[in-house]
Design a protein around this ligand. Structure first.
Ligand code: HEM
Length: 425
């Protein structure tokens, strides 16, 4: 084989053997998804990356079918979506899958991020996986924002107007950027055209970044709930069948939830704002312009300062700060299971994000102004002060000797925290 310039492989099936000798995709799959040594102590939070991947596939497939019947012009967009709902075979189901899928995508990605925060998955050597994750988050947000404009309802139009106008706050070049984004002097037909084009393109860019995300993951290996390094083969299991089965259980539960939402409550206001069933009218501003739930915490941060530029800086800053998390957190221990102070600060941080979301859903009057400001300041204090400082001051609990010892009950458990000297992760 080798002397003929072909790859060696041990596949029995002659077709697989022939293909793999010329294009070793089966060898790669075998290495990355069959043998791939994976920590044996994953919990169900490690399902969420796979769930997000399944969700991405559902979004792309349903999106392609929607695009076959969608008309990306201000004159025809709204009606074409109504036609999809009423006349196109299974159109209602494809659209509901896409709409509910958008919300569930954010649920999976937010849980995935909070999981990473709790177990310290962003820490050395997984900085690159994390940073590529933040890029995925930004791409996902851009895709969702542009997708929401496409049905050309009231919220599509006014949401697009509010958000694109934010760029106008940038000194000197701001107005130029806004005109360039719009392709004119208001959100109109050229804006809708380019948003449609980009909304179709970006998911494929997301696929590209996802491949890099997984390549980076498979280079350094997965973290685990204990946050300690794999010490040898006794700490791992082959990815298949152990985690393919565990991921499949998660996917089944997930699809059941998905189906319940699609078939029974797709018009739940969190999934679909009723205002978006009214065609866009540039002459009539709705009384409240509220983004989808997944943008609400960021919307609250934007409105927490009375100055437009200040709000925009804080908004973008709240996401960009995530890029620096691996260096902001100074603790030598990854998992919050062994970080008695950070564990509680993590809980408060999650509550803080929920508070921000609640504030974002309400008008900025009365108590909501104060609450929004406190929650925004807390967000930044967590990132810029707690993570660096607590990492240095906190005294972590003793770490287990190894994953296998902990799984088999032989390692130190958090509850057994004696005053042993701290071990390094
Ligand atoms: C389109 C969105 C995303 C998809 C499809 C995705 C997919 C995945 C998959 C399949 C895994 C391996 C399984 C797992 O550990 O759950 C993973 C791991 C990881 N992802 Fe993502 N991801 C996405 C977004 C993000 C974001 C936004 C972040 C963080 C900002 C992130 C950070 C991580 C980290 C740190 C790991 C390694 C986890 C560990 O080993 O403990 N990902 N991702």
């Amino acid at each position: 084989m080798a002397e003929l310039g072909l790859q060696e492989n041990e596949f029995k099936n002659p077709v697989v053997h022939w293909i793999d000798a010329r294009l070793p995709v089966f060898t790669a799959m075998h290495k990355e998804y069959r043998q791939f040594p994976t920590p044996k102590n994953f919990n169900y939070f490690w399902n969420f990356g796979a769930l997000a991947t399944v969700n991405l596939a559902i979004m792309i497939i349903t999106g392609i079918f929607l695009a076959m019947n969608y008309n990306p012009s201000t004159a025809g967009a709204f009606d074409s979506v109504e036609r999809i709902m009423r006349d196109v075979n299974w159109g209602w189901m494809i659209r509901y899958l896409h709409v509910v899928g958008a919300s569930l995508f954010f649920v999976t990605v937010y849980v995935h991020i909070f999981r990473g925060l709790y177990y310290g998955s962003y820490k050395k050597p997984r900085e690159m996986i994390w940073m590529l994750g933040v890029v995925l988050l930004l791409l996902l947000m851009a895709t969702a924002f542009m997708g929401y404009v496409l049905p050309w309802g009231q919220m599509s139009f006014w949401g697009a107007t509010v958000i694109t106008n934010l760029f106008g706050a940038i000194p000197v070049v701001g107005h130029g950027i806004v005109t360039w984004l719009w392709g004119g002097f208001a959100v109109a037909n050229p804006t809708l055209n380019r948003f449609f084009s980009l909304h179709y393109l970006l998911p494929f860019i997301i696929v590209g970044f996802l491949v890099l995300h997984i390549m980076a993951l498979h280079t350094v290996g997965s973290n685990n709930p204990l946050g300690i390094d794999v010490k040898g083969p006794q700490d791992t299991l082959p990815f298949h069948p152990y985690y393919t089965v565990k991921d499949s259980v998660g996917v089944c539960v997930y699809l059941i939830v998905f189906a319940i939402l699609v078939f029974f409550i797709p018009h739940q206001p969190l999934l679909m704002d009723p205002n978006n069933s009214i065609q866009a009218n540039p002459l009539q501003t709705p009384s409240d312009i509220v983004p989808e739930w997944y943008f609400l915490p960021f919307y609250a941060i934007l409105r927490s300062v009375p100055n437009k530029l200040g709000g925009v800086v804080l908004l973008f800053g709240s996401i960009f700060v995530l890029f620096f998390l691996p260096w902001l957190d100074t603790s030598p221990v990854r998992s919050c299971r062994f970080r008695p102070i950070m564990r509680w600060l993590w809980v408060l941080f999650v509550i803080d994000v929920f508070v921000l979301g609640y504030v974002g859903a309400n008008r900025p009057v009365g108590i909501f102004i104060l609450l929004g400001r406190i929650a925004t300041v807390w967000y930044y204090i967590h990132m810029l002060i707690f993570l660096p400082l607590v990492g240095k001051l906190e005294r972590p609990l003793p770490l287990p000797e190894s994953i296998s010892k902990s799984v088999l009950g032989g390692g130190a458990l958090p509850s057994a925290a004696a005053a042993r000297p701290m071990e390094k992760a």
